[in-house]
Design a protein around this ligand. Structure first.
Ligand SMILES: *Cc1c(COP(=O)(O)O)cnc(C)c1O
Length: 411
């Protein structure tokens, strides 16, 4: 397909930059494995309470080193990114705390935790537990409104403030929040209120840049292991990382007061979590190349894309494409599904997915069910019909899928 080949020819600078990023992050991960003297015995499973589970505890320490912070909690029992973030919110926000979101409304699946929408089962949100929630929309340039944020923070709040930032674009037409931007935002909010705690939703962000939010002052971050840091190998799980006393607060929420992270077994062993982390810098780079290719191809066809193929910096693996109508969006998602190694014969349909505000169509023919570090596309069925493409275990798969998409769309 000439459109794909032509796009590739225009992207050599971008691809070289991604390869450099892969090398940097691979070196970082390798050096952490060496520093923690990872051995085959760390992969063994455990049972029961699993006190002193060396595989579990070393994996925590490894993540903390890779993410440049004091402590981490990496668990197969954290069922998803939503669970990891919900644990952080319930763990950090006490009665009287102010929760201040600087990136608009948090990701759809977190609205019930925050209390923006009531939970259908009557579970108390952090707001119902006595938390004051303040939400600042992004400004006209789709950036964090730092002046407004600092003005809020200078009005000290007795119960303290948790500042919430979402790195990835979610289901919004906006750029991801880059690490350099995060660095200056965190410096500014800490200056306005030195006691505030900064929590970052790091889903889809890991290894898309050389540094992570915890390297630039974020107090706590969370993400999913079936996205970037699982490298396409981890079968399930989530992580929370940051300052030790904050990770501790969350770990008592995760299990129970008094037991925290000292218990929790995993009989089938930890090899896939270690191996996934080791592969993650490479896998994320492949996904980034796939996203850049998709941007270039759809730009050439005249569709609005975010981010742009050659001019924009990326701090997540997601590529947004605006289709303008339902039919081409559905055809796009179906072509991505048809290009999948698993369930390639299945036709994805929009459905009211739990936790989402609109019907959503999700194309994910993945080895790990729903893993969006594998090539996948999803879209809420609403105007202006934006498709979100992400993941890809190999660049070659992304390129082949793009050829199939073009065949379908240009029919
Ligand atoms: C994926 C994601 C989440 C959490 O979603 P899960 O499907 O529960 O893992 C939260 N925030 C962002 C920005 C995400 O991309």
């Amino acid at each position: 397909m000439t459109l794909v080949a032509e796009a590739e020819n225009r992207l050599s600078v971008q691809f070289r930059a991604i390869e450099k990023l892969q090398l940097h992050n691979q070196a970082k991960v390798l050096s952490a494995f060496r520093a923690h003297r990872v051995e085959g015995r760390h992969f063994a499973g455990s049972t029961g309470y699993a006190y002193g589970d060396i595989g579990r505890d070393t994996l925590d320490a490894l993540y903390a080193t890779v993410l440049g912070c004091e402590a981490a909690l990496v668990r197969p029992h954290i069922v998803s990114g939503t669970h990891a973030l919900s644990l952080c919110l319930y763990g950090l926000c006490r009665r009287g705390t102010r929760l201040l979101s600087l990136t608009g409304t948090p990701y759809d699946t977190l609205m019930a935790t925050v209390g923006i929408h009531p939970d259908e089962n009557g579970i108390e949100s952090v707001m119902e537990n006595g938390v004051t929630y303040v939400e600042l929309p992004l400004n006209a340039d789709r950036q964090v409104d730092l002046d407004a944020a600092c003005a809020v923070l200078r009005q000290r709040h007795d119960g303290g403030t948790v500042v919430y930032l979402q790195r990835s674009r979610g289901y919004d037409w906006r750029p991801s929040l880059g690490i350099a931007d995060l660095e200056s935002i965190i410096a500014a909010v800490k200056q306005a209120d030195p006691e505030c705690v900064v929590l970052v939703d790091n889903c889809y962000g890991e290894f898309t840049e050389e540094r992570e939010p915890t390297d630039v002052g974020a107090d706590l971050i969370a993400g999913s292991l079936i996205k970037n840091p699982g490298g396409g190998i981890a079968p399930t799980g989530g992580y929370i990382a940051g300052r030790k006393h904050l990770v501790e607060r969350v770990q008592y929420r995760m299990t129970a007061p008094g037991i925290g992270a000292e218990v929790g077994s995993w009989p089938s062993g930890y090899q896939s979590f270690y191996q996934g982390l080791f592969l993650a810098p490479h896998t994320v780079g492949e996904s980034l190349k796939g996203a850049v290719l998709a941007a270039a191809v759809f730009e050439a066809l005249g569709y609005p894309v975010m981010p742009a193929a050659t001019t924009a910096a990326r701090s997540d693996i997601t590529q947004s494409i605006e289709f303008g109508a339902q039919e081409p969006l559905l055809r796009f998602c179906r072509a991505i599904q048809a290009a999948s190694p698993v369930d390639g014969h299945v036709v994805p349909e929009p459905w009211p997915m739990p936790g989402y505000q609109h019907d959503v169509v999700m194309a994910a023919g993945t080895f790990v069910q729903g893993a969006s570090i594998e090539l996948s596309a999803d879209a809420p069925i609403k105007q202006p019909y934006i498709g979100y493409l992400q993941g890809g275990l190999t660049y070659q798969h992304c390129a082949l899928a793009m050829m199939m998409v073009l065949t379908e769309l240009l029919k």
